[in-house]
Design a protein around this ligand. Structure first.
Ligand code: PLP
Length: 372
């Protein structure tokens, strides 16, 4: 059964993206090397930066976390200090990476339903001159909020700090200005808003920062500088690459162009979100986040208070009907998540809403209508 994934990734992909994986390709073959070169060049274009402006890109085998770990463990030197701005599970994951690699770090935490506060960040940085690098999540997939990256980037620039952004679930689906927002490292992965399949992470990096990573890595496989150096000098990966995932990604990049680029994709995701919000509100569901900090990538909905609601049964019944949603990851509230990204369109969201309504009726779940 073909299922639609309303998740933060892996996502529903097009048939043509999947078909791009049907032919075996050699990792040292000229055609593959050319494909990788093209992908890396297109990544810079999508990021709105260029080599001439001093930006580079590299690809790291594995999932998104491998990319984040590669950046964190390569970028922060032994005598440097990382400040992690955390308001969800993915910020906490960066803290864990710093702990494991014994990287000097400080953490400024905010509640999960609050954005990272730029003023508090500026004050914290002023009080801790030892901070050299600042890391923040753009779209905190734990809840679905968007952190104010532009404002935090301006603070980093004014204080001369290196700015690392995990834009895993937003790059390709949200217009962002890497240069204008002073982002030195931006990390994302193949199976998010570019709509490829899982297999690798990638980073867009300011060359002047990347060069400082030389000899600093704490791991062989996740050495960001050497990974880039290998791709740059030989065009090849140091270790076996996810060949077919890269071929799918190349096709996904073409399809993103055909759709009209990031602006058009963002508009479709926003439309999906509008249909979802209107439908879920009508059914009586409550949002976890306040509207003004909620992004359009993924939404957390609170469990209904009616004791007839059982998430496992709700999830399974939706899955049996071909709709895969996502469990919650909140530390203080029971919620589930619905994503708007991937090859899903407003009509698919309408179909999901109809299934939700049917299942609530079947399960005798009564929802309180919101007063607002
Ligand atoms: C913001 C963010 N960072 C990091 C990750 C980790 O990516 P992965 O699960 O591919 O390792 C995710 C995954 O959804 C994410 O949303």
């Amino acid at each position: 059964m073909k299922k639609l994934l309303f998740t933060p990734g892996p996502l529903t992909t097009s048939d043509t993206v999947k078909q791009a994986m049907l032919n075996d390709v050699g990792s040292r073959d000229k055609a593959f090397i050319e494909a990788v070169k093209y992908i890396r060049s297109e990544m810079l274009t999508l990021a709105g930066v260029s080599k001439e402006e001093g930006y580079e890109t590299t690809i790291i085998q594995g999932s998104g976390t491998f990319g984040v770990e590669s950046v964190i463990s390569s970028a922060v030197g032994v005598n440097e200090t990382l400040l992690v701005l955390a308001n969800g599970a993915y910020g906490e994951r960066i803290v864990k990476i710093a702990q494991i690699h014994k990287i000097n770090h400080l953490v400024l935490r905010f509640e999960e339903d609050q954005i990272v506060d730029p003023e508090a960040t500026a004050a914290f940085i002023a009080e801790h001159p030892e901070v050299t690098h600042v890391a923040c999540i753009h779209s905190e997939t734990t809840t679905g909020l968007f952190n104010p990256i532009k404002e935090i980037g301006a603070i980093c620039k004014a204080a001369n700090k290196v700015f690392i952004v995990d834009a895993m679930s937003s790059f390709g689906g949200v217009q962002m200005d890497i240069k204008g927002w002073n982002i030195d490292y931006m990390v994302s992965s193949s199976n998010k808003c570019i709509e490829g399949v899982p297999g690798f992470a990638f980073a867009v990096i300011k060359r002047s920062e990347l060069e400082k990573c030389k000899g600093q890595a704490r791991s062989l496989t996740l050495d960001l500088y050497e990974q880039w150096n290998g791709l740059e000098t030989t065009g090849q990966f140091r270790f076996t690459p996810p060949t077919l995932s890269l071929m799918a990604f190349r096709q996904a990049m073409e399809e993103l162009k055909q759709e009209g680029g990031i602006a058009a994709r963002e508009a479709r995701y926003q439309q999906n979100k509008q249909v979802l919000d209107a439908g879920m509100l009508k059914l009586g569901f409550q949002f976890y986040l306040k509207h003004d900090i909620q992004g359009h990538i993924i939404t957390s909905f609170l469990y209904p208070t009616d004791t007839n609601f059982n998430f496992e049964r709700f999830y399974s019944k939706l899955s049996e009907r071909g709709f895969v949603i996502y469990p919650g990851k909140l530390s203080k509230a029971d919620a589930f998540r619905i994503g708007n990204i991937g090859q899903i369109f407003p009509a698919d969201v309408e179909a999901l809403l109809k299934a939700v309504e049917e299942i609530l009726a079947e399960e005798n779940v009564l929802l309180q209508m919101q007063s607002s």
